[in-house]
Each structure stands twice: as structure tokens, then as C-alpha cells.
Design a protein around this ligand. Structure first.
Ligand code: NAP
Length: 258
């Protein structure tokens, strides 16, 4: 049995949709006070209301992770509202698709600004509050794409998701002295509104490549994040948990049918 994290203060960037919303739901369900961030205020307020109706204490804070001042303000608002900050889930991310030959430079700048710089600015802004907590936790949402696998159209995306892991290894050492752990969850294919946009064919192909036979749920990712936030996970830092139904295991398609 894990020590309850009831009453802990949690901020989830990009918590207004998809995986972030699923992470927020897991923490709220465990009795934590949860702040979700995102750029679109209408979507953010609706997500907070939905999560609150499910029984959690959830507030929305409008913020763009690619902006340093927004990151500082978001953390200050959460600390002001909840009296501190114990857990930061740096989850916000975008995944536009372009093959390298046609990739606009602006798309490269944007994806790095959100996925990499946004992760770093979020963690940087949260350090004083996490240190004050005495059991600070940083949980990044990376991906199997980049750190382990590749997929055409996502060379820039994969580069950002691998970059997050380069960041976490040094951040974990730097922040260890303040009793802050830094870990990452690497989701495989997870059912979200974003994945729906990629179409039914993509979904069927992905399901066929997963040994456990189905895509992940946002709760699968949320539960891994929740574990990393527990007191019992306090000796784990600089590490990654792959949550992919075995998708990265087969050494060839033949392995799936054998
Ligand atoms: P999603 O459904 O599109 O949701 C993305 C969330 O991030 C939204 O809340 C969005 O809100 C927010 N966001 C985007 N840009 C932002 C910015 N600049 N500042 C603040 N918030 C921002 O995406 P998802 O599929 O849940 O993906 C979430 C994370 O999981 C990403 O880091 C992604 O790389 C990772 N991931 C996803 C999958 C998957 O299968 N879905 C697999 C592996 C990894 P606004 O647009 O309103 O800002």
C-alpha cells in the first residue's frame, strides 16, 4: 500500500486535454489539489469543471509553456492558491507531422519551443517551490518516439522527446540536493482526441503492432505518473518508465505472429 498523496499540490502543464487531463484526473482522484495549464482558456475552464465534477479539486491556469514569464506566473498562482507545490508534471507537447524534405523551419522552432524549452522553463520556474516541499517531484511526459523508435514525419518531434531525456538526466543530479526527483513516462500510442485526428487506419495499424493488442489509455499514463509521485518512489530519479503495451519489444513484425 502506498502512502496517500492526498492534499499534495500538483501542476500539470497541458492538463486541459489528452494525456495531461488523464494525469490530472488520476491525481485528483487520489485526493491531490491539481492545477492544469494550457493556452486555450475556454477549453481549460471546461476541463477543470469536468474534472471537478468527477470529485477532484482542480483549477485551470492559463499559461503558454514556451514563455518564461508565463511559467513563473503559473507556478506563483498555484503556490498562492494551494499554499505550495509538490509535484510538477511537464506534459504539454505538440506533434505536427512533416517529412524532413518539406519541413518548415518555423515548425522546427515551434516544436522545440514547446516540447523542449517549455519543459525546461516549467521545471526551472518550479524549483524553489519544489525544494520548499521537501519531497518535490518532476515527471516529464516524453514518448517512445525519439528515445526508442522513429516514425516518418516525426523527426523533429522525436528529437524533442529524446532531448527531454537528455535534460532530465542532468536536472536529476542538479536537483537531488534539494530532494527533488526528476523522472519521465514514455507513452506508446495512447487514445486521445489528438490521436483520433490521425485516422482509423493509423489506429488499426498501431493496434496490430502492440503485443497487448490495444492502445493505451490516458489513465495508464496517469497511474505511472502517480506512482512516481509517491513517497515510495522517492529513491527513483533520472529514470524512465515505458508505458506502451509492449510495442517497443518485437525485434521484427515476424515476432508478433510467431
Ligand atoms: P493533446 O491531446 O493534443 O493535448 C495537448 C495539451 O497540451 C493540451 O492541453 C494543450 O492545450 C497543451 N499545450 C500544447 N501546447 C501548449 C503550450 N505551448 N503551452 C501550454 N500548453 C500547451 O496531446 P496528448 O496526445 O495528450 O500529448 C500530451 C503529451 O504526451 C505530449 O508531450 C506528447 O508528446 C506526449 N505523448 C503523447 C502520445 C499519444 O499517443 N497521444 C504518445 C506519446 C507521447 P492548448 O492547446 O490549449 O495549449
Amino acid at each position: 500500500m502506498f502512502t496517500p498523496i492526498e492534499g499534495r499540490s500538483v501542476m500539470v502543464t497541458g492538463g486541459t486535454a489528452g494525456i495531461g487531463k488523464g494525469i490530472a484526473a488520476c491525481f485528483a482522484g487520489a485526493g491531490a489539489k491539481v492545477a492544469i495549464t494550457g493556452r486555450d482558456a475556454e477549453r481549460g475552464e471546461a476541463a477543470a469543471a469536468e474534472l471537478q465534477n468527477a470529485g477532484g479539486e482542480v483549477v485551470y491556469v492559463q499559461a503558454d509553456v514556451a514563455s518564461g514569464p508565463d511559467a513563473e506566473r503559473a507556478v506563483a498562482e498555484v503556490v498562492g492558491r494551494f499554499g505550495g507545490l509538490d509535484v510538477v508534471c511537464a506534459n504539454a507537447g505538440v506533434f505536427p507531422s512533416s517529412r524532413l524534405e518539406e519541413m518548415p523551419e518555423q515548425e522546427i522552432d515551434e516544436i522545440f519551443a514547446i516540447n523542449v524549452k517549455g519543459t525546461m522553463l516549467t521545471v526551472k520556474a518550479a524549483i524553489p517551490a519544489l525544494a520548499a516541499s521537501g519531497h518535490g517531484r518532476v515527471i516529464l511526459t516524453s514518448s517512445i518516439t525519439g528515445p526508442i523508435t522513429g516514425f516518418p514525419g516525426w523527426s523533429h518531434y522525436g528529437a524533442t522527446k529524446a532531448a527531454q531525456l537528455g535534460f532530465l538526466r542532468t536536472a536529476a543530479i542538479e536537483l537531488a540536493g534539494q530532494r527533488i526527483t526528476v523522472n519521465a513516462v514514455l507513452p506508446g500510442n495512447v487514445v486521445t482526441e489528438g490521436l483520433d485526428d490521425l485516422g482509423e487506419d493509423y489506429r488499426r495499424t498501431m493496434e496490430a503492432s502492440i503485443p497487448l493488442g490495444h492502445l493505451g489509455s490516458v489513465a495508464d499514463i496517469g497511474n505511472a505518473a502517480l506512482f512516481l509521485a509517491t513517497d515510495e518512489a522517492g529513491f527513483i530519479t533520472g529514470q524512465t518508465i515505458v508505458v506502451d503495451g509492449g510495442q517497443t519489444l518485437p525485434e521484427s513484425v515476424a515476432a508478433l505472429g510467431a
